[in-house]
Design a protein around this ligand. Structure first.
Ligand SMILES: [Zn+2]
Ligand SMILES: [Zn+2]
Length: 81
């Protein structure tokens, strides 16, 4: 089991442990620690959400505990007006 220290956007740190943590990269090239939570009607993912890998620098947080990829953050903002 591998553990690693993850830096959160608010400056605090969290230790993430997991034997099956996928090593995904954000589109900026950093290691992704977050996934887009945007609900996709015909999602191919099991979770039913976009699940695009995101690093803390690239995520958008519309609500506590939610993360959006830049594409879906734009959609969310457009809907909010
Ligand atoms: Zn990034
Ligand atoms: Zn997304």
């Amino acid at each position: 089991m591998a553990c690693e220290v993850v830096e959160l956007p608010n400056g605090s740190r969290a230790i993430v442990c997991g034997p099956r943590q996928p090593r995904q990269k954000c589109r900026c090239g950093k290691t992704a620690t977050l996934l887009c939570d945007w609900k996709v009607p015909d999602a191919v993912t099991r979770s039913g959400t976009c699940d695009k890998p995101l690093c803390p620098a690239c995520t958008h947080v519309p609500a506590h505990g939610k993360d959006l990829c830049p594409d879906h953050a734009a959609v969310w903002k457009a809907r909010r007006g």
